[in-house]
Design a protein around this ligand. Sequence first.
Ligand SMILES: Nc1ncnc2c1ncn2[C@@H]1O[C@H](COP(=O)(O)OP(=O)(O)OP(=O)(O)O)[C@@H](O)[C@H]1O
Length: 754
Amino acid sequence: MASFLEPPSKKICLDTKFSSNEQKFDNQTCNPLKNAYSINQLKGVQLSNGKTINLKKFNQGDFKFNVNANSPSKNSNSIINNSFKNSNGKHMKNGKSSINIRKNTKDLLKHRKALPIYDVRKDLLSYLKKGDTNILIGETGSGKTTQVPQFLYEEMMLNKGSVVITQPRRVAAISMATRVAEEAGTELGEIVGYSVRFEEMISDRTKIKFATDGMLLREAMLDPLLKRYSWIILDEAHERTVNTDILFGIVKRAQKIRKEKGKSPLHILVMSATMNAQKFSSYFNDCPMLMAEGREHKLEILFTAEKSDDYIIACLSTVIKIHKQAPVTHGILVFLTGQEEIDNACLALSKIIKRCNYLAPIKISPLYSALPQHLQMEVFQPSDTEERHVIFSTNIAETSVTIPGIRYVIDSGKAKIRTYNPSSGFDILKVRQISQAQAWQRAGRAGREGPGSCYHAYTEAQYKKMPIMPAPEIHRTNLATVVLQLLTVGVKDVINFDFMDRPRQEYLLNAVEQLLSLEAAEKDSNGELRLTEEGKKMAAFPLDPKYAKILLMGPKYKCTHEVLTIVAMLSGEQVNTVPSGKMRSVATARHRKFASVEGDHMTMLKIYQTFKASKKNKQWCHENFLNYRNLIYISAVRKQLSDICYKAGLKMLSCGENTDDVRRCLLTGLFTQVAELQADRKYLTLSNHDEAQIHPSSCLFSSRSPYLMYTEIITTSNAYMHGVSWVAPEWLYQVAPDYFRKHHIKADPAHYAK
Ligand SMILES: Nc1ncnc2c1ncn2[C@@H]1O[C@H](COP(=O)(O)OP(=O)(O)OP(=O)(O)O)[C@@H](O)[C@H]1O
């Protein structure tokens, strides 16, 4: 990245060539949703040419109608442009004069009526009323998220209940609620509101609520039948977050129980522009699949003509290329992977603009979840300058949102994706290629207020090799956390939970075992699983339950501060930097200053404490061959975890010099990760009696303590223990007596049990 801070010396403005795929787009081969269907299912559906809209019920093939959209309102470019100029956010920005609202609402109504989904309003509603569950697919920008909840409200007034629409991300929930409130001519928090973590804008009058999937799950904990809702819309269902997958099962169960008990019916609507409708329909008892076809504005799709070596350079060069040619009011949204990359890209672009004084000025904004909320929401305000707006964003702007002024999207094709490391128990974010569905969603952020273009910074051949859909998060996350979450929302039979993509039974059983041994769960007299009080507290931590357990035990061992630091260090990336060549031995010597005879966990503690004592100094990190960015990230994680400890009422204690207590506390979560020294000086794990060696990077590499606790085992040519600390055998019995009665150790239990 360092080279990126300087404008690249080569002529970046000219070196990324794109080939238009417009024709292919018209044939709909780019949209993975089309690829996900068989030809038969699409037979007879007139492809969108901007004039015809189809609402087709796929599963019976007996329902199809076309609405001729040649009416003046459909010839919409100029109308939309007017309405865009008129609406221009004034209602939100300049106070709430009733004239402003009325004028605005009138213009917005005109805009609503021009949306493809509006043409099929009547038939859509009649379908939705008929069945209790439906799947709705519609092009990005066709009006699903903003219009369908309003249709339901306007049609049925939802006297007996309300509608909740889930969104995978908080920016989407807030911005969609703001938009719909504006369209409905109501104050946000009145008829239309939102609910995201730590923030709610709702009232007793709220009938349309946008909520993150996590918030609806929380509601389900208190009210498993979700009685206050008559409609639940699960939007952007293709994303398949763990929360959404759990919600699928929860709302299905609530619907069934409400029906059985003769309570008010619950209607479910699952929506996306890019999902495998057949799969969702099968899961929801073969419910009807509806498709609203057509888009309001032309969307041009372009791929690079050749593979690019560096996606960031390709994205930046494309920004410059567009900047030189397009009207300045046309904004550009660039999808990159994370905060560091985005900050660097913002800096690089501003330097390029400054240096090339023939280029017009640009307003540059970052957008990622670690930004304070008010800065995130700022990008949704129409630009108040005459400068082009360029936004560099992570995938938080990938679905649902409309960012005012955006006509161009540049897609790097990459995202940070959560992956679970089963050997350490931590989820890590890794830069990975996105799926076709995500590429399509990104493209869909353009062409919303007028014709738009999406520049994919990869070739069409590369696109075709991408997976069609993202893999469900539940298959790449820690199952103990998922089971804990299921128990939290009141699911007792977690093994037989109605998963859309069931994890392997043995993994689920292992997860249950882990929770039982951590005393997060217990079995009641009927053998049913239930959460313990401790388990309830553990669920509040975004951590593998074994690390949550360690934090909860902090006050007992008087070392909350120390274990918070160690768990945060374990959650982050490696902090030691290892240069090549001559400097390597210098770095090793500097790192050795922090080494603790007690092991790697205490070494981590020492590094962080010294970093903090240096006032988080970058130069100090540089001199000690430590990664400054990673340490800053770790301190942010530590803060987040300590906030949760504080809310859980945990005492924030420190053990000072008595560091044995820190390792005893760590053992309360890691007791299944202990190895025993054998007569031949090899180590065997106590859990499976597998041979494992201490990794050469460990500060205990050459020591031979009888018992070691390790953070993870990574198998390369050998199985290596990483993150190793020595533990006393008596601690094992004190910390987990039941477990060590089953997993015998050589040290005399009778002696240590005393
Ligand atoms: N905040 C906003 N500001 C301006 N226009 C907006 C805003 N939100 C929505 N729109 C307009 O309404 C249209 C429909 O948006 P909506 O989010 O309902 O579409 P969608 O079908 O749900 O799209 P997606 O599948 O991408 O979520 C957009 O294309 C845009 O023209």
